[in-house]
Design a protein around this ligand. Structure first.
Ligand SMILES: *Cc1c(COP(=O)(O)O)cnc(C)c1O
Length: 365
């Protein structure tokens, strides 16, 4: 049996007729930038996340970058984030002109909130926690520090659409949040896409202009902006898929449950806290025998990945930040021991069984 790490074509085939109908509807509308289809999706996402506003942008990275710009964060400012994430979390801070300041993560892959206070300086303007693997960061602790130090909280929710923390959805847990609609994410379009959510009217109004050349209306430019809008075509696909999202996330949680129960005695597995609901964008196990296990699974047709093999502070691009090997020991240890197993809603029960059987056969050798 072959179990690919991802198989995006499965979801496409399941929804093919509906997606085709949306393509035709947008095509016939004659409106291909901004407009009603996008606005409808934005209202749906805002309602889903429980925020007053949502705004479609070109991709998840822009969602974070434009959020930083809307908050007025730039040269001379610092933003506290963590080194175990997709690189976009960090480069968007650098692109805004600010300095990323890292704190390590804990064994749940999220920001170690006990280290934040020490990383805050008079230059700090924001904290950017990442809800890594679809698990919400410890937002009460983060918001408490942010409130005390008058900092903004920007959720990197790219991997966590639909996840809940104490009953509330990601995207509604900080000052502003960025989601990605990249094909690999839990709510995925057929290309690039992103969404920003916030309750703050001033940020929303600024962002409607920032994403659209800084234009106040067709002819008047209020400030220099960017061109970063979500295509109505992608918004139409996203609206359609949003109706299925909770069911898909539930299926990922179910697969995670199988992996956890069956593999928990062999490798370290992620656990859910009672007040959180992870959406398992990734299911990451840890074992000191990671490289051998990865090879064994590959040989038996099971695709795996490492998220992420090189911590951001050790990337060549990060040299100028002044960090060294050893600065973030938990992140560095995870980089050597983590392995992501296949997890997506279209994975069949026999495929899940095969993945489990292959991990078991490795440890019984
Ligand atoms: C995917 C991702 C991003 C960037 O999203 P894009 O849509 O690819 O630009 C940012 N942060 C994290 C944690 C991600 O996983």
């Amino acid at each position: 049996m072959k179990v690919p790490f991802v198989s995006l074509d499965r979801q496409y085939r399941n929804l093919r007729a509906e997606l085709m109908a949306e393509f035709d509807r947008v095509g016939q509308s004659g409106i291909y930038i901004l407009g009603e289809t996008l606005e409808r999706f934005e209202s749906e996402i805002a309602a889903y996340c429980g925020t007053r506003y949502a705004l479609g942008v070109a991709n998840g990275s822009d969602a974070l970058f434009l959020s930083l710009k809307a908050l007025g964060i730039g040269p001379g400012d610092e933003v506290v984030t963590c080194p175990n994430s997709f690189i976009a979390t960090t480069w968007t801070i650098v692109a805004a002109g600010a300095r990323p300041v890292f704190v390590d993560v804990t064994d749940d892959y999220n920001m170690d909130v006990a280290q934040i206070e020490r990383a805050v300086t008079p230059r700090t303007r924001a904290i950017m926690p990442v809800h890594l693997t679809g698990r919400p960061a410890d937002m009460d602790a983060i918001n408490e520090i942010a409130a005390r130090r008058a900092l903004a909280v920007i959720e990197d929710a790219a991997q966590a659409i639909g996840a809940r923390y104490k009953g509330r959805r990601t995207g509604s847990l900080g000052t502003i949040a960025g989601f990605s609609l990249h094909p690999l994410k839990n709510l995925a379009v057929l290309g690039d896409g992103g969404v920003i959510t916030t309750d703050r009217q001033d940020l929303y109004e600024k962002l409607t202009k920032l994403r659209n050349h800084g234009l106040r209306n067709r002819d008047e430019c209020e400030f220099w902006g960017y061109n970063s809008r979500l295509d109505p075509l992608q918004a139409a696909f996203a609206s359609l898929k949003l109706k299925h999202l909770d069911r898909w996330n539930q299926r990922c949680r179910e697969i995670a449950g199988h992996y956890r129960t069956r593999l928990g005695g062999l490798v370290e597995v992620p656990e859910d806290r009672e007040y959180e609901e992870s959406v398992y964008h990734n299911f990451i196990i840890r074992t000191p025998r990671r490289d051998d296990l990865m090879r064994h699974l590959e040989e038996h047709g099971v695709g795996t990945r490492i998220h992420y093999p090189i911590p951001i502070h050790l990337q060549e691009a990060a040299r100028g930040l002044g960090y060294r090997q050893g600065d973030f020991p938990v992140t560095e240890r995870h980089a050597r021991t983590m392995l992501s197993l296949p997890i997506y809603p279209e994975l069949t029960d026999p495929e899940v069984e095969w993945v489990i059987a292959c991990v078991e056969s490795f440890f019984s050798k």
